[in-house]
Ligand binder design. Structure first.
Ligand code: PLP
Length: 406
């Protein structure tokens, strides 16, 4: 049974007040709160078990290395990956996609080569490809939302030309909550020999993901949305793609031998992990993923589906609220604007006075804002600890906004 009260008690911050009201945290799309087990792991990591990894032969260095390296296996299990050496640690999705851009894409792309992107991408899956457009003359090919506010896999596949070198697509929109059928995209792209990078930043938080079944070449995740520490994350890179990559960042830990005239590199994944990493952050991420696996991602997904359906019914009842994105495949993420043209920043300020934390702005998805015909929205994004009562509080606070701004 999904014991929501017990789960909420695991997250100490949820019992605090904001502006004299109980906190209703609906900004999970930006970053999620941390359960006590993660907070304890981070505290213990620094208070009792801290040393640099991979370097020392002393007790604490070995202990930290063992715990840190153990997280590779945890991430592999969480994502349904068989070989943990295909997991490269990163500080999050932004670093992960930049790694692919510099280490895999840049050396094999030139003028006129094409990268297919969806209009629903986060800037983290746009700017690294703009770099290649600016520096190498690569062309970015955009696939728009269809009439159902979804990314149609067939539209992505039909954008493939002989010049296509990569498809880079999100698994779930951080603005609309729309889930993209990346399995169909990967299967169709591979038939035509085109690799696929998937931004899993949002999807992995809200539903079970099995990369063995999905088969993407590159799949990025970020720890701070997965109830783990900020500065933690990883990318799964298939072994054949790892073998094609040149090192991106140079420094300690990623080498085998360094001389005056030559250098040889460590094997993957360490070849792509230069410098002292986020040791305690990754250890905390491992604990967060264990926590999620114990809850069961299918149970989290079922809870969030119930929340989504409840929120959709309630929000649909507010006929002055414009909800963006109607997809049936939507997760529990709602972006909206309010008739009467109150700016999303004003709405979020009023909601904040009621203790309700939402995000307002372009959500690092400006091409999507252009498609929607707005410069900004308010976004309420739900997580595994949110409740129907919190949906009611959101609705009450929105009604107050309507009264104030109508
Ligand atoms: N991609 C998506 C879909 C996101 O929602 C985010 C975070 O907002 C990112 C990428 C960036 O992730 P990170 O903060 O780990 O760099």
């Amino acid at each position: 049974m999904y014991d929501i009260e017990k789960i909420r008690a695991d997250f100490p911050i949820l019992s605090r007040e904001v502006n004299g009201k109980p906190l209703v945290y609906l900004d999970n799309g930006a970053s999620a709160q941390k359960p006590q087990v993660v907070i304890d792991a981070v505290t213990r990591g620094y208070a009792e078990e801290y040393a640099n990894v991979h370097r020392g032969l002393h007790y604490l260095s070995n202990l930290a290395t063992e715990k840190y390296e153990g997280v590779r296996g945890t991430i592999a299990r969480f994502l349904g990956v068989k070989d943990e050496n295909e997991i490269v640690f990163t500080s999050g999705t932004t670093e992960a996609i930049n790694l692919v851009s510099y280490a895999w894409a840049a050396p094999r792309m030139g003028p006129g080569d094409e990268i297919i992107l969806s209009a629903a991408e986060h800037h983290a899956n746009i700017i690294p490809w703009h770099f290649l457009r600016e520096r190498l003359g690569v062309k970015l090919v955009w696939v728009d939302l269809d009439a159902n506010d979804e990314i149609d896999p067939e539209a992505v596949l039909s954008a493939i030309t002989p010049k296509t070198k990569l498809i880079a697509v999100t698994h779930m929109s951080n603005v609309l909550g729309t889930v993209v059928d990346v399995k169909t995209i990967v299967a169709g792209a591979h038939e035509q020999g085109v690799p696929v990078l998937v931004d899993g930043s949002q999807a992995t938080v809200h539903m079970p993901v099995n990369l063995d079944e999905l088969g993407a070449d590159f799949y990025a995740i970020t720890g701070h949305k997965l109830y783990g520490p900020s500065g933690s994350g990883a990318i799964h890179i298939r072994k054949d793609r790892l073998a094609e990559m040149q090192p991106f960042l140079g420094g300690g830990d990623m080498i085998r031998d360094v001389g005056r005239e030559e250098v040889t590199y460590a094997d993957a994944p360490m070849k792509f992990e230069a410098g002292t990493p986020g040791i305690v952050q990754q250890i905390g991420l491992g604990v967060a993923l264990e926590y999620l696996m114990e809850l069961g991602m299918e149970n989290v997904a079922a809870h969030e589906r119930r929340l989504r359906d409840y929120a959709r019914t309630k929000l649909d009842g507010l006929n002055w609220l414009n909800i963006q994105g109607n997809s049936a495949t939507k997760g529990a993420i709602f972006s909206f604007t309010l008739e009467g043209a109150a700016h999303p920043h004003d709405i979020s300020t009023v909601l904040d006075k009621r203790g309700v934390a939402v995000r307002a702005g372009h959500h690092c998805a400006q091409p999507l804002m252009d498609v929607l015909g707005v410069s900004a929205t308010c976004r309420a994004s739900f997580g595994l600890y949110n409740t129907q009562a919190e949906v009611d509080t959101l609705v009450d606070a929105l009604e107050l906004c309507h009264e104030l701004f109508a």
